[in-house]
Write a protein that binds this ligand. Structure first.
Ligand SMILES: [Zn+2]
Length: 273
């Protein structure tokens, strides 16, 4: 599932692929239910003729501010990648991958293609994105995400720290993979009750969350330049091995795979306390 670094990587990819300044000339929405607002017809009509002014991100939502006929007062296209979604800009003549559900035609004979195998992606067109975006928790890279806000969330919580990390109220975009990674880097067991973390541990965990996100983004930046025009949209390796029979890179002991709130969780029982 795309987590925050994957969505940010997609945003950077779209900018590097030259999307800002391009104009949508039409759209082929292959799965009508993906369009949440307005109606499918109004969505396509409203998009057509819109020039992308900028591509921004709020949490895991990608925002494409559109301008119509030289003005910048158009609506905003909002995309959520869902469970398995990915975006690509490809020449119109390039064969379309079977998982592409939606195609947005651009004015330079390329297309913005939305691959969405499991159809959990979402599309909106809104004059004001605030009307459709849920209240978002702080972005991990923003100043709102402080040690105090983090510790306030852990206070009085007997739930496993991993489960609490996955609640989107702490930081937006934290998902299963980066939660495991952050806990491993911080040396904290995923099943520890959240409220039992010491100040020192909470500080370390917060730093490791930022570190996990930042190093993923660095890896994505490298892959985009090395593997253009088809860079990977997911990481292939993690500090904590994610496969059965994996060995801890710190102590060489076996990695445990358990379930925390139904989510597959990898950790080292020796190094993570
Ligand atoms: Zn270990």
């Amino acid at each position: 599932m795309p987590e925050l670094p994957e969505v940010e990587n997609t945003r950077r990819y779209l900018i590097e692929a030259g999307l800002p300044g391009r104009t949508f000339t039409g759209a082929d929405v292959g799965w009508a239910k993906t369009v949440k607002k307005p109606s499918l017809e109004d969505f396509v009509l409203g998009l057509t003729g819109g020039t992308v002014q900028e591509v921004t991100r709020r949490g895991k939502y990608l925002l494409f501010k559109l301008g119509h006929q030289g003005s910048d007062t158009g609506p905003t296209l909002v995309i959520h990648l869902g469970m398995t979604g990915g975006l690509r800009i490809q020449p119109a003549k390039q064969p379309v991958h079977s998982m592409v559900r939606h195609r947005f035609f651009l004015d330079d004979e390329t297309e913005l293609r939305f691959q969405d195998g499991r159809k959990f992606g979402k599309l909106w067109l809104a004059d004001n994105p605030n009307d459709i975006l849920p209240p978002l928790s702080p972005d991990p890279f923003s100043e709102e995400f402080t040690l105090k806000s983090f510790r306030d969330h852990l206070k009085g919580r007997s739930a496993p720290i991993k489960a609490v990390l996955l609640e989107q109220s702490i930081v937006s975009g934290m998902g299963n993979l980066y939660a495991d990674e952050s806990l491993f880097l911080a040396g904290i067991s995923p099943v520890r009750p959240a409220s039992k973390l010491t100040v020192k541990e909470a500080t370390r965990l917060k730093d490791c969350m930022i570190f996990a996100f930042t190093s993923a983004l660095e890896q994505y930046d490298r892959s985009r330049s090395e593997q253009w025009p088809d860079p990977p949209m997911g990481l292939s390796s993690w500090s904590i091995p994610r496969e059965k029979n994996g060995l801890c890179p710190n102590c060489g002991g076996p990695i445990s795979i358990i379930r925390v709130r139904a989510r597959g969780t990898c950790f080292c029982p020796k190094c993570q306390r």
